[in-house]
Design a protein around this ligand. Structure first.
Ligand SMILES: *[C@@H]1O[C@H](CO)[C@@H](O)[C@H](O)[C@H]1NC(C)=O
Ligand SMILES: *[C@@H]1O[C@H](CO)[C@@H](O)[C@H](O)[C@H]1NC(C)=O
Ligand SMILES: *[C@@H]1O[C@H](CO)[C@@H](O)[C@H](O)[C@H]1NC(C)=O
Length: 392
């Protein structure tokens, strides 16, 4: 599949560049004719920008995998993402510029985990987007102008500013997202966060009506304050609202990072392409220490905490059978079968024959690597809401 991915990308990349070339070729040819000069610009490497507001590994990594291939082909590639130099050591060929302060966890409360989240949880995401819109719009605009960008890739999540800048400055824009449902909804498919099943194939007419009309209306209504605020700011920034609706956007091409066969079947318009799963050419290997840990045990648990501070955990956990567990013992790596680290080479662990189960929150990146390596998943679908810490 890695090979297949690179074939896909190698088919796709010329296609994308064709788009840029065509667009620029037409304008360049017209300008040159009018000036009476004949310059062949097709060999000049293009300047390509990748933009992600959420930043963070799962949003930035698929972009960087595409960016790296373009950089190898001598295009000038820039990543503009929240935080500082996310994954820059793994992708040295890609120049990274910070879009602004890093995102941190919003404290949902330790008990939030027990509550079922519905679409109201999306409000927090929209709120972040609205608060940061003006700042990110200005940053995207200045980078596009300063680096004379020819083509822009935008991660779709809460990244309206990226798409808006591209359209306002008349640059071709490629949108990258892992959820097909967001960009090309079908009446027989649903997103469970709106309170309906994934497939409505066997649901009653009433249930389909409830999902497609009532739930959608409630969702749109619940976000209407944010939409109005966002559109107000767009007007201030002279963004042409045109046909923009909630979640609507104008793009030259939409790339869906998903597994073939993973989505329920549906028709796709020609500007939407399924290209996933985007995986890296190479992954960091197991460290000797981890390798020894795996080989020495028949049962073990690896846990990558990434950003969760250790003091976020209760010091002791009580199980339903009354057993008490000392969290500090686990967190300090004193437990014989549990290894905790800030970062673990996830792919190498998943690809190891001794790894039997992957317990995760169901993010696209995790699911793709798990499906690829054939590791069964136990998914606790948490909506991890990140919160931008605004200093001013
Ligand atoms: C979803 O599907 C399940 C199983 O087929 C069914 O029991 C349930 O009523 C359906 N609807 C919702 C809203 O979960
Ligand atoms: C709907 O019902 C048919 C016939 O029982 C079954 O084959 C199909 O898998 C069901 N679809 C879903 C999404 O449950
Ligand atoms: C994954 O494991 C298989 C079998 O152990 C091995 O052949 C393959 O090279 C590994 N893949 C990567 C990317 O390490």
């Amino acid at each position: 599949m890695i090979k297949r991915k690179s074939i896909l990308l190698s088919l796709l990349v010329p296609f994308l560049l064709n788009l840029v070339f065509c667009v620029n070729f037409i304008t360049a040819a017209q300008n040159d004719i009018s000036k009476g000069v004949d310059i062949d610009r097709s060999n000049i490497p293009k300047n390509i920008l990748f933009g992600s507001f959420m930043g963070g590994r799962s949003h930035v990594k698929p972009m960087l995998d595409i960016a790296e291939i373009l950089a190898e082909r001598s295009y000038n590639v820039i990543l503009l993402a929240s935080g500082n130099n996310v994954l820059s050591s793994e992708y040295p060929a890609v120049k990274q510029i910070s879009l602004g302060p890093s995102t941190g966890m919003k404290n949902l409360g330790k008990d939030g985990i027990d509550e079922e989240q519905d679409y109201n949880a999306m409000k927090s995401l929209w709120e972040i987007g609205v608060i940061s819109y003006k700042r990110t719009y200005e940053k995207y605009k200045s980078v596009v102008e300063d680096y004379n960008i020819d083509l822009i890739f935008c991660d779709l999540l809460i990244n309206e500013a990226c798409v808006d800048v591209a359209n306002t400055l008349k640059k071709p824009v490629v949108v990258l997202v892992s959820a097909l449902q967001i960009v090309d909804p079908k009446p027989y498919k649903f997103d469970p966060i709106l309170g309906c099943n994934i497939s409505l194939e066997n649901e009653s007419i009433w249930e389909r009506f409830r999902c497609n009309f009532i739930q959608v209306f409630r969702y749109v209504y619940s976000l209407s304050d944010f939409t109005n605020q966002l559109n107000e700011m767009r007007k201030q920034m002279n963004v042409d609202l045109g046909q923009l609706t909630l979640g609507g956007f104008k793009a030259s091409l939409v790339l869906i990072d998903t597994f073939f066969g993973f989505e329920l079947p549906q028709t796709l318009p020609p500007y939407i392409q399924e290209i996933g799963p985007i995986l890296s050419e190479e992954y960091p290997p197991l460290t000797p220490e981890l390798s020894d840990f795996i080989m020495a045990r028949t049962r073990f648990i690896f846990w990558a905490l990434v950003e969760t501070p250790k003091d976020y955990f209760y010091p002791t956990l009580k199980l339903s059978d009354g057993t008490q567990i000392q969290a500090s013992q686990i967190l300090n790596n004193e437990h014989p079968h549990i290894h905790i680290a800030e970062f673990v080479p996830q792919f190498a662990i998943l690809n190891h024959t001794n790894t039997k189960l992957f317990f995760n929150h169901g993010g696209a990146g995790r699911a793709h690597e798990s499906l690829y390596t054939g590791t069964p998943m136990l998914v606790l679908p948490l909506l991890v809401i990140r919160w931008v810490t605004l200093k001013n």
